[in-house]
Design a protein around this ligand. Structure first.
Ligand SMILES: [Zn+2]
Length: 189
């Protein structure tokens, strides 16, 4: 099997489908996944997909120009959160890209624990620091962070209490998050 980031030519074998299903820039033939483009191997460990990210892929150009991406927090480790990026700005991706946020890229203040700012299942607005895969994301900026979160007690969609806390309208539970503070247009109530 190829390694993460290996150069691929069309027809190069990426995996067998039992290990990784075919993703972006690939095709399946007789139980194996092959690259259909000249690109770079990307094994998505979360979704168990093998992808061949084309060097010419137009999808990466919007990513470079994008003001933000939208993703789902899928796992939290000691020093980073894993994110499944499913949309570039408002444009959904056919195949989600894996990203991660290092603890130092979450807030401007010191965090003891990522769970003070993010939880699995949160939907976030983030920015990519560069375009290698998995995407290194940041949510430090004021307008980046959690845009949707569910109460960890009862599952209700939480509402903003203040700049750092969400409140559950159902059970009253309060949780802290790095909340995306989106600018509200002035003038029109
Ligand atoms: Zn609740």
């Amino acid at each position: 099997m190829k390694k993460q980031g290996d150069l691929l030519l069309p027809g190069d074998e990426l995996s067998i489908i039992e290990e990784f299903t075919p993703g972006e820039g690939t095709y399946e033939y007789e139980g194996k996944v092959y690259s259909s483009v000249v690109g770079k191997a990307f094994y998505d460990m979360i979704n168990r997909r093998s992808n061949s990210i084309s060097f010419k892929k137009p999808g990466f150009l919007p990513l470079k120009k994008a003001k933000y991406v939208i993703g789902l927090v899928t796992n939290i480790k000691e020093d980073s959160a894993l994110v499944s990026v499913y949309s570039i700005e408002e444009k959904p991706l056919n195949v989600p890209l894996t990203g991660y946020i290092h603890i130092s890229q979450i807030a401007n203040k010191y965090l003891n624990n990522i769970n003070e700012a993010l939880k699995v299942g949160d939907i976030i607005r983030a920015k990519s620091l560069n375009f290698s895969l998995p995407l290194p994301l940041t949510i430090k900026q004021k307008d980046l962070g959690v845009i949707y979160a569910k109460c960890s007690i009862c599952g209700t969609k939480m509402v903003k209490k203040d700049e750092e806390h969400l409140r559950c309208p159902n059970c009253g539970n309060i949780e802290s998050r790095k909340i995306a503070l989106l600018q509200v247009k002035k003038g029109g109530n």
